[in-house]
Design a protein around this ligand. Structure first.
Ligand code: FCB
Length: 447
C-alpha cells in the first residue's frame, strides 16, 4: 500500500473560464479569453467558454459531487471581470455574490476553499492598457487581490496569487497560442517580470492585511531534459529551463533572476523589484504534467525547440509524454535547491479520449494508472524528505481546455456538453477510495 500522511490534503482544481460559462451574466465584463475565443481560428473548432460546464448555475451539483468524492479542499479561481467588469473601479456586487454562495456551500460540506486570483482571464479593459506588458498592472493586480481577499478572507484561508505565470508568458505572449495572442519577445519578457512583481506586491499586501492567511502561488515547473548529450542540446535545455521554470522560481525563492536571463530582463527590472518579488510563502503550488524534451534548433525562436517524445513513450490525448519520474525529480529539486518549501501539488492529471460505454459509464483506466504513477513518484519524494503537503487533481470536471476547446477531457467527472450532465468516471470512484484509505494499492489494471 502506498500511504500518505494523515494530514495530507486531497483536492481537485478548476479555473473560472474553463468551467463557469455565463460569460455575460450579472454584469460580468469581457475578458481576454472571451475575446480570443470569439476570434475565428484561434481555438479548435472555434469552441469558446460562453457556456463551458455552466458551473455558474450548476455549482450546487458540483459541490455535491465534491462532497461525495470526499475532497478536503477545492481550488478554484475568481473571474476578475465578474468582480470588476472593467478590471478596476466599482466592484460588481452580483459577481461577488456568486463566489459568496460558492464558498459558503463548500464550507457547509466541510471542504476548504482554496482561492486563486488569476487563472488567465484578464479583463479586456486592462489588456487595452497593455495587460501584462504594462508595468502598472502590478498595482492593478495587487488592488484586485487585496479586495478579493478582504471580501472572502473571513471564510477563505488559502489564497494563490497566480496560476502558471510561465504559461501566460510563453503561450500568451511568445507563441500566440493563448490570449492575448501575442508573439513578441519583448512582451514575453515584460509579462515574465510583471507577473513576478505583481505576485510579490500582492503577497506583501495580503500578509499585512492578515498574518493568518496561508499564501502561495501555483507555478508550472516541468523538468527540461536535453534530447541528447551534445553540447548544443544541453545548452538549449538549460536555456529553456531558465525561461520556463527558473525565471519564476529563482526570484521568488532565491531572490534573483538566473544568470542566463538577467541581461534580457534588465530593461524591465527597476529599483527594488528584486527585493519586492522575494516574499515569504506559506506554500508553493506545483503544477506538473510531463517533462519537456528539448533540442537545439537554429531556425526556431531563441534557438530552442521541443523534441518529439521517445518512440516508445506513452502519450496522453494532449500528446504529452507520460513521465512520472518528472514528479519525483521536481520535488527533489525543490527540496535540494530551493530550501524544501512546503509544496502542494496544485495540478496533475491527464487527458484521454473518454467515452461512455454501452452502460453509460466511463472506464478511464489509463487516467487511473497515470494518477497512480504520479502519486507513487510523489510518495517516493516524500519518503526522501520532500515537504509535500497535498495533492490536487486536474480536474474535477471535463472542461474547456483553452486552445484545444472541448476536445480534451481531464475530468474525474465526464461532462456531456449537449445537456451538461455530469457522469462520474471510474477514476472518481478510485480517487474517493484513495482519500478514504489515505493511500492506494497499485492496481493491476489491464492496459
Ligand atoms: C494547465 C492549466 C490548466 C489546464 C491544464 C491541463 O497548464 O493551468 O488550466 O488547462 O494545464
Amino acid at each position: 500500500m502506498i500511504r500518505f500522511p494523515q494530514d495530507f490534503i486531497w483536492g481537485a482544481s478548476t479555473a473560472s473560464y474553463q468551467i463557469e460559462g455565463a460569460w455575460q451574466e450579472d454584469g460580468k465584463g469581457p475578458s481576454i479569453w472571451d475575446n480570443f475565443c470569439h476570434t475565428a481560428g484561434k481555438i479548435a473548432d472555434n469552441h469558446n467558454g460562453d457556456e463551458a460546464c455552466d458551473h455558474y448555475h450548476r455549482y450546487p451539483e458540483d459541490v455535491a459531487l465534491m462532497r461525495d468524492l470526499g475532497l478536503d479542499a477545492y481550488r478554484f479561481s475568481t473571474a476578475w471581470t465578474r468582480l470588476f467588469p472593467q478590471g478596476r473601479g466599482q466592484p460588481n456586487s452580483k459577481g461577488c455574490d456568486f463566489y459568496d454562495r460558492l464558498i459558503d456551500s463548500l464550507l457547509d460540506v466541510g471542504i476548504q476553499p482554496w482561492l486563486c486570483f488569476y487563472h488567465w482571464d484578464l479583463p479586456q479593459a486592462l489588456q487595452d492598457k497593455g495587460g501584462w506588458t504594462a508595468r502598472d498592472i502590478v498595482y492593478w493586480f495587487a488592488d484586485y487581490a487585496g479586495y478579493v481577499a478582504e471580501q472572502y478572507g473571513d471564510r477563505v484561508e488559502h489564497f494563490l496569487m497566480l496560476n502558471e505565470p510561465g504559461s501566460v508568458a510563453f503561450l500568451g505572449h511568445l507563441l500566440g497560442q493563448h490570449a492575448p495572442g501575442l508573439s513578441d519577445i519583448n512582451a514575453f519578457l515584460a509579462a515574465t517580470h510583471h507577473q513576478n512583481l505583481a505576485q510579490g506586491l500582492a503577497l506583501k499586501l495580503l500578509r499585512e492585511l492578515n498574518a493568518d492567511w496561508q499564501l502561495g502561488t501555483a507555478l508550472n515547473l516541468q523538468p527540461a531534459h536535453a534530447v541528447s548529450e551534445s553540447e548544443e542540446d544541453q545548452q538549449a535545455a538549460k536555456l529553456f529551463d531558465t525561461f520556463a521554470n527558473r525565471n519564476f522560481l529563482d526570484p521568488l525563492l532565491l531572490g534573483g533572476y538566473p544568470a542566463l536571463s538577467q541581461g534580457l530582463l534588465e530593461p524591465y527590472v527597476k529599483n527594488d523589484d528584486i527585493a519586492a518579488i522575494k516574499q515569504p510563502l506559506n506554500f508553493l503550488g506545483l503544477n506538473l504534467y510531463t517533462r519537456f524534451l528539448i533540442q537545439a534548433n537554429s531556425s526556431s525562436l531563441m534557438g530552442i525547440s521541443q523534441a518529439p517524445p521517445p518512440a516508445d513513450a506513452e502519450l496522453t490525448d494532449m500528446g504529452w509524454e507520460v513521465y512520472p519520474a518528472a514528479m519525483y525529480e521536481q520535488l527533489m529539486n525543490l527540496k535540494e535547491k530551493y530550501g524544501n518549501p512546503a509544496v502542494y501539488i496544485t495540478e496533475n492529471g491527464a487527458a484521454f479520449a473518454d467515452a461512455l460505454n454501452h452502460r453509460g459509464q466511463v472506464n478511464d483506466t489509463r487516467r487511473i494508472r497515470y494518477l497512480e504513477s504520479h502519486l507513487a513518484a510523489t510518495q517516493k519524494a516524500l519518503a526522501q524528505g520532500a515537504n509535500v503537503k497535498g495533492y490536487f487533481v486536474w480536474s474535477l470536471l471535463d472542461n474547456f481546455e483553452w486552445a484545444e476547446g472541448y476536445h480534451k477531457r481531464f475530468g474525474l467527472v465526464y461532462v456531456d456538453y449537449a445537456d451538461k450532465q455530469r457522469i462520474p468516471k471510474a477514476s472518481y470512484t478510485w480517487f474517493n477510495k484513495l482519500i478514504c484509505k489515505g493511500g492506494f494499492t497499485l492496481s493491476q489494471l489491464d492496459s
